[in-house]
Design a protein around this ligand. Sequence first.
Ligand code: NAD
Length: 501
Amino acid sequence: MTAHVKPKALDDFKARDFRMLIDGVWTEGVGRTLERVAPGHGVVVSRYPAGTKADAERAIAAARKAFDNGPWPRMTGAERSNILLRAADLIAAKADELAFLDCIESGKPISQAKGELGGAADIWRYAAALARDLHGESYNTLGEGTLGVVLREAIGVVSIITPWNFPFLIVSQKLPFALAAGCTTVVKPSELTSGSTLLLGEILIEAGVPAGVVNIVTGTGPEVGAPMTTHPDVDMVSFTGSTGVGRLTMANAAQTLKKVSLELGGKNPQIVFPDANLDEFIDAAVFGAYFNAGECCNAGSRLILHKSIADEVTARVAELAKKVKVGDPLDPTTQVGAIITPQHLEKIGTYVDGAAKAGASVALGGAALDLGLGQFMAPTILSGVKPDMAVAREEVFGPVLSVLTFETTDEAIRIANAIDYGLSAGVWSRDFDTCLTIGRKVRAGTIWMNTFMDGASELPFGGYRQSGLGRELGRHAVEDYTETKTLNMHMGARTGWWMPR
Ligand code: NAD
């Protein structure tokens, strides 16, 4: 274990003490305090209250009261939209502070954290636009005596539970859409990275969101998250995290038949044909595998290469991967930061060792890096991986790239689909038919063609199979937070008892 010296960049930095937001009041809570040790620096940077079941219940009661009697669901779409736009402006104005918190708490590079904040502000603006456009349908075609109107009503109280890997970005893929629909919320950020979400609470109050509409409770999953998934006063749970906890969330929510939206894990393939633009692909392969240190649901963690180019492509990917700058997350030139916890670093190592034992070769990296800061992992490439190995099927969530090969298009599709996940995939070929065949036959929520991990607020995102349920972003994202109500209106004499025609 390395002895940690407080890095120069944190010389003037004092660990921040955060409080929870319940019913518009900042509160210490009655429980313990959780200390966050920066994964890239080894020093305590944040302290949050360890919320309890009672805190979660108070927050749910506040959200219920704000939904049933408060102004938020009763405002016009334009009023809610204006407040969300103010929030977006404040997020943009405070982007550096928010990015700094995400950087030190999660270990991601500061330049990347700043990029994520730009993306998040854009999502708040997009949701603000949708708030004004939320509408139902009408049917004037049901006969002279009948008019059918289909309303979209806010679903009610929404529990929002988020992971540590994109702390501000992921809460921004949920909360503004729930708010746009007129819902009230209880938010639980990851216990490892709660800082920027708590700062968002301050921003939302400043923007004009009324008390009780957004409550933020910090703490662990079992203590705070679980009651948010079972409480009868919660109408919907929007969860992003691991497939295991997603499964538990769905089972918990089933007790009261809540609507559930789940964004879970991935094991995403990039399929490469011999006619691909390899220069473009090599860069995308390295980016796809090592962005956010591979701690990314969307990581392109499986390369499925045509056999005829596999050796050349693997060598070129390794060559470029060697140049990736792993280091202090606060250094603006760092490309790959720290691993979230020492335990997680160990888990990544276990996958690499297991693959080597099962017959894969370590073509690059394969071990932890001692940089005298926190915990880091070398960009790693495993070649000769077979589809049935654990490293080819399970989410490693680290900078580990598995290389598999194929000979026919059908075989590539079979390998791509031979896992439980279906979040995203990439295909590389200059041939339109090839790209479209892969695009239509690979079972995943997003297929990138000759690019990887691009996104836009307008494009829906989510998974097939055990990668999740429902979609975030895109024009229907607000509708996810609504119920549909039918108004069946009659004029004149009824026809009496309905009989089969
Ligand atoms: P995790 O499942 O351990 O935790 C996610 C959240 O759930 C945390 O806030 C945690 O405290 C909470 N939680 C834990 N136990 C709970 C319980 N019993 N009841 C309710 N809540 C509970 O996930 P993580 O390690 O924080 O994040 C990494 C995972 O998230 C990876 O699997 C990754 O693929 C996934 N992820 C998916 C997406 C996507 O959009 N599909 C995006 C980012 C991350």
